[in-house]
Write a new protein. Sequence first.
Length: 359
Amino acid sequence: MPVAEMRETRRRILQGVCSLCVCVYLGAVIGRSAARVAETEVEREPSWQDRAPMSVDYGEETEQSLETETRPSPRFAYLVEAGATTTPPPELVEKTGLEDVFISVKTSGQFHESRLKPLLDTWVPHVQQQTWFFTDVDDAELHQKTDGHVINTNCSSSHRRDALCCKMAVEYDTFMDSGKKWFCHFDDDNYVNTARLAELLSGYSPQEDWYLGKNSIRTPLQIMDRAHNGDRVSFWFGTGGAGFCISRALALKMSPFASGGRFMRVGDKIRLPDDVTMGYIIEHLLKTRLTVIDEFHSHLEQMKFIRPTELDKQISFSYSQYADEMNVVDLDILSEEKDPTRFYSLHCLLHPKKAFCPR
Ligand code: UDP
Ligand code: MN
């Protein structure tokens, strides 16, 4: 073979090998990105970060392991395995009248009109005297509608974790001053079945330490405790969006960590939102376990999965909207146009004689 032809053949072989390498490399890269896209599209359990938008600063050192479940199991079976407390049989420990309960509703100026109206039209009048709204602006109209039960916390009106902790700190202090036996917190997108709430609390003594709520993650939250040599600590917390209740006895023990604004300092130290800070103080610092109350619901759950026949037994509900889809309870008493949150329909289910309910 002449030298020129040999060179040409060698050049072609080299070119071929190079293009093959490029193809293999590109294939691998595209494949991996596709797999990554597929991974992100796979539905995962809502995580605790989902409770708040991306604007919330969780701190880089926080980590949380989300295990995927391979087989169906009863809800919260994993909690029993992990040692968390589940709801004990509701024995009547002490008759808790609703007058013994301090109910705080966290809100913000931007939601006074949109979110508070369905609450004020439905469940709030049943517990008007003991319910307080914690907000971030002065609002004469809301003041008038709630008979003065509005507290301007002067906290910033944002969804940042420090603003949320600031409001929770005021909620806690106001409860302590109220002298009530139970502190129950709810968000402004919660419907509360007040009769069931009273029944639940009757099963527990406010003189004992109780932290009643609903977890939103499947495993305890793990964080590096910067206050203690970066030790790894893990604890459960009741997600704020489902509501939670704390007995006075426990609230008193929280005082060294929570009163007079100290709650905010703990939140700043661990750099986590209000409900997580609550879990850290109660579970980690005070070693009181979260008692899981299945009947509390946040919008991290699919509301439509609550069976219509079980709706009246639930204690709290919520709603949310993702793009065009509403996450609401499956209940068709009033039209979606009239009742997009379904809170009026829920109220009609529980109190059919209300004026806005169909006859
Ligand atoms: N919130 C607030 N300031 C804000 C946004 C929200 O105080 O700028 C309150 C809101 O009123 C609600 C709670 O924080 O009681 C949770 O907010 P939201 O339901 O909007 O978000 P989620 O955390 O449930 O996803
Ligand atoms: Mn919410």
